[in-house]
Design a protein around this ligand. Sequence first.
Ligand code: PLP
Length: 398
Amino acid sequence: MDIFQKCRDFTEADEARTSGYYPYFTVIHSESDSKVSVDGRELVMLGSNNYLGLTTHPHVRERAAEALAKYGTSCTGSRLLNGNLDIHEELEHRLAAFVGKPSALVFSTGFGTNLGTISAIVGRHDTAVIDKDDHASIYDGCKLSYGKVIRFEHNDIASLEEALVSAIERNGDGGVLVVVDGVFSMEGDIAPLPEMIPLCRRYGARLMVDDAHASGVLGPGGEGTAAHFGVTGDVDIIMGTFSKSFASLGGFIAADAKVIDYIKHNSRPFIFSAAMAPPSVGACLGALDVMESEPEHRLRLWKIVDRMQSEYRRLGFDTGASTTPVIPIILGEERLVFEFWRRLLDAGVFVNPVRPPAVPQGRALLRTSYMATHTDEQMDLVLTAFERIGRELGVIGS
Ligand SMILES: Cc1ncc(COP(=O)(O)O)c(C=O)c1O
């Protein structure tokens, strides 16, 4: 059979395009901020992960521009060989201090960070124990490793314990790495680390937390989920991405120096991939400066989040267990999600419709997310649109 047959048989996207219900690859003609320009119209952006709104912050732009001017556009090679800049190392020192770990390592993408870390740590005789709702990059990091994988029910401590028991039984001499999202990317709920840590200890497992949606957002200074719970010393690997609050591109892990040194010399996605580009490093350094010196962005974000969380609930929407800037509007049925999405677009609101497999069957949702640069007027417009459309579609009562 022609290996391309599957491409010719793939008609779903064409069908959605023809029906006018195709929500992907929307072309944006403006910078990434609280409003964006699409097809000549201005939309309120509720689909971005720019939580602190730093993509347009003058200091972040300036540090990216300085790095571009000094180091050029690319490192054209791996950190291991020719691509290791002083600013990569400066960023690693700053990040380690920021999250409260001895050492850190930066990668060129967040996805590659999970691939590179999990596959380096989980060897042939080891087991990765992961939450069913973990991000795709965690699943793929496990696939890339030669170890066993056991999934546990989302945020369910009894199920985690069962998974650990079964890992130990099957493992022989191998070790166990538990990997969870700190803030879950689709439903915005938080992993219960204080309950997970004693179990990891009891069964001799190490714990890695993906803080993609928590860095800059949770914790007293935006340090992430471990700091939010006051358990930084008990989380073995803190992972983060730069494509969200850091307003850049890349990812990092922070851990003990020996762990970082091992990953640095044994992670294929790290070694055989080019270093993070200089302007991205500059933007990250700028974002860290801002996170450390201007808490007002995080405080403003939380003010908006508190308002939106309580308004959606007051209107009667199901927002699941979210307590963060990722607020899902859970509708269940895919058709309803796409109809709601289309009407929101017409009303000037950009959200992301999410369907299985990105969420479990029967939990299709509109993913909304908030940023410090959203204005109160924009939020008024959003709530008016949600209320009207929610009533039109019978999602909420009149
Ligand atoms: C929880 C989580 N981990 C990892 C990633 C990958 O990060 P990046 O998009 O920066 O490569 C994402 C991005 O969507 C994410 O949500």
